[in-house]
Design a protein around this ligand. Structure first.
Ligand code: NAD
Length: 261
């Protein structure tokens, strides 16, 4: 229970990778603040299950993080729950796949707002508390697409490359303050975000869902297996430990060999 007395905000934790991270940090004793969209009853069931399974305090703050106003609202509401966040996991994300000439400008902007600007606004608001406590962990969920590109993902690839750059600057600005900031770069993880891409591929190529899923993996991920949300959670948990105190400004890749090629 190494994270007792720590409060962790995990953005976009109502499904997929964020939920896996929330469960792992709860298992280490952290108080959890969930965020993200979804059906109110389902989210309450998720919240109550984590609280019950791990006997930690779990709250849910439903802010839309695609604007600075949404980030401000989240921090205002958080003021009633805790004195600040000790652990920040910037995870909320979306995808849009299209060639650049037909890529809708509003999708481009939404992806930058949610996946690059929101982490900036959140880190800016979280740092004073971390500095006061002389302890903090900031983990940005980037992607292999923060290191390499794929066709038709201009906004996503640009935002993730930017997020890795932002992480490095934060790491340097906090290097002597017992605060670390790192990026995690997953390859394919089977979550709702990727299921939609499998749907698109199955439609486009006239494949069964299973064949489209296997084709997606075969194209990029040499292991032929998806990474799992709980495996990303395990890396986050390690980065929050004292053993990881000197890991800052790094990118940790979990991609079944994708970027080794
Ligand atoms: P997901 O669709 O399962 O979860 C996304 C989460 O973000 C959900 O909780 C959703 O409600 C939330 N969200 C969306 N828009 C939001 C908004 N405006 N404000 C607040 N929350 C919002 O997706 P996932 O695959 O778990 O992705 C999580 C992160 O991991 C993303 O940043 C994604 O880019 C990254 N990632 C995913 C993969 C993968 O293969 N799944 C690979 C690399 C990186």
């Amino acid at each position: 229970m190494t994270l007792q007395n720590k409060t962790a905000l995990i953005t976009g934790s109502t499904s997929g990778i964020g939920l896996g991270i929330a469960q792992k940090l709860a298992s280490k004793g952290a108080s959890i603040v969930l965020n993200g969209f979804g059906d109110a009853k389902e989210i309450e069931a998720i919240r109550a299950a984590i609280e019950n399974d791990y006997k930690v305090k779990v709250s849910y703050l439903p802010a839309d993080l695609s604007s600075e106003r949404g980030v401000s609202e989240l921090f205002e509401k958080a003021g009633g729950l805790c004195d600040g966040f000790d652990i920040i996991v910037n995870n909320a994300g979306i995808q849009h796949v299209s060639p650049i000439e037909s890529f809708p400008a509003e999708k481009w902007q939404l992806i930058q707002d949610l996946m690059l600007s929101a982490p900036f606004h959140i880190i800016k608001r979280a740092l004073p508390h971390m500095r006061k406590k002389a302890w903090g962990r900031i983990i940005n969920i980037a992607s292999v697409h923060g290191k390499v590109a794929s066709v038709n993902k201009s906004a996503y690839v640009a935002a993730k490359h930017g997020l890795i750059g932002l992480s490095k600057v934060v790491a340097l600005e906090t290097a002597q303050e017992n605060i670390t900031c790192n990026s995690i770069c997953p390859g394919w993880v089977l979550t709702p975000l990727v299921e939609k891409q499998v749907d698109l591929r199955a439609d486009k190529d006239g494949l069964s869902w299973e064949d489209a899923k296997n084709a997606l993996l075969a194209e990029k991920q040499p292991s032929g297996e998806f990474a799992k949300p709980e495996e990303i959670g395990a890396i986050v948990s390690f980065l929050c430990s004292d053993d990881a105190a000197q890991i800052t400004g790094s990118e940790l890749t979990i991609d079944g060999g994708w970027t080794a090629q």
